[in-house]
Write a new protein. Structure first.
Length: 359
């Protein structure tokens, strides 16, 4: 039995590379090898992907969390593009009942210090973001040991959520790219104030203002209803020029929205669209409008409120005198985060009368 090294970092995705592992081992049940840890800079599915090679053959990847840690270690310790480490290949039943090859690495993913993320995006030069950071009002707090493997840039908005509404104690911090896992919890000294604000259905603006590979600092500004309405109207005014400029939609829009109930929704059903003010506007990174999808009985079956690019395209088409032909393509059988996934396609037809005026 091979025992050298802790070999405590498992390689994922090895089920796709069993043939390569069979050739590398010569069909032996267990062996030691040297692995190459190679960051995939141009991976279109995951910009943080880190692949593992043995004898020049791809055998799998680091998990998403370990890849994030490894890239942080590369930055903080000045590693080169590819790094070699000991690897153990072993036939076992970790992945399948009948057995298959698994790969474990002997590497240390611990960071010596909290090194700031180098890729801060362009938000550090963004005037509006800097004004937000420099404001004297609001709360600033740090989240240590944060689950931030999916956080990609400074300035990213985060959501605040109370999991126990009957007996609220903690406020969890989420961001859209990782809805199933929180970044962390708001420090206790701020939680009562934020809970009271959220329970009053009032808005806020919370963003990451500093980021390391193991923690982040968040600034949160709570808005009164008057402040929130003023911000919304200012943003809508700034959009006027963009939404009313000449626009001709070239291709249909395919999108998926969540619906709470799938009863009565069938493929090829036609829907109608209504625009209205968003009920969850949270600043320039959000959008002051949302799109409601209605069935033939004028019942709202779903709302699009989290994709400002598509909402803006639809609004621009509307203000350029286009009608919408909305058809159901399909509905998923399993419930997702906010409901069942409803697939739609939207095509455009020109209206032959005076162009609509901006409200």
């Amino acid at each position: 039995m091979i025992t050298n090294g802790p070999f405590n970092v498992i390689v994922v995705g090895v089920s796709f590379y069993q043939a390569a592992l069979g050739k590398i081992t010569g069909m032996k049940r267990e062996m030691l090898a040297q692995a190459q840890i190679v960051p995939e800079q141009n991976n279109v599915h995951d910009s943080d992907a880190v692949r593992i090679e043995i004898e020049g053959k791809k055998v799998g990847y680091l998990s998403r969390e370990n890849a994030f840690k490894w890239r942080g270690k590369m930055t903080s310790e000045g590693f080169s593009y590819a790094v070699t480490c000991p690897a153990k290949i072993r036939w076992d039943r970790v992945y399948t009942e009948e057995g298959s090859y698994g790969v474990w690495l002997d590497i240390d993913l611990t960071l010596s210090d909290n090194i700031p993320v180098v890729n801060a995006n362009n938000n550090l030069q963004d005037t509006e973001f800097q004004e937000f950071v420099n404001r004297l009002d609001g709360f600033v707090f740090s989240v240590g040991e944060a689950h931030i493997q999916d956080v990609t840039y400074i300035g990213m908005p985060v959501n605040l959520w109370i999991p126990n509404k009957k007996n609220p104690e903690d406020v969890y911090i989420y961001h859209r790219s990782c809805p199933a896992r929180s970044i962390g919890i708001v420090p206790f000294k701020y939680s009562d104030t934020i809970i009271s604000h959220l329970q009053s259905s009032m808005n806020y603006d919370a963003r990451i203002i500093e980021l390391t590979y193991t923690s982040c600092k968040i600034k949160c500004k709570l808005f009164t209803k008057e402040e929130d309405e003023r911000r919304r109207e200012q943003h809508k005014a700034s959009l006027k020029k963009e939404l009313t400029k000449l626009y001709k939609p070239r291709i249909p829009i395919k999108l998926t929205i969540p619906v709470k109930k799938k009863k009565g929704i069938k493929v090829d059903n036609k829907l109608t669209i209504e625009f209205e003010d968003s009920q969850s506007y949270s600043g320039p990174n959000s959008y002051p409008y949302q799109v409601k999808f209605l069935n033939q009985s004028d019942d709202t079956i779903g709302i699009l409120d989290n994709n400002k690019s598509i909402i803006q395209r639809l609004l621009k088409a509307y203000y350029n005198s286009y009608n919408f032909d909305v058809k159901v393509l399909g509905i998923g059988g399993k419930r997702i985060w906010k409901g069942y996934p409803l697939e739609l396609i939207i095509t455009f037809k020109i209206r032959h009368f005076t162009r609509a005026m901006y409200p």
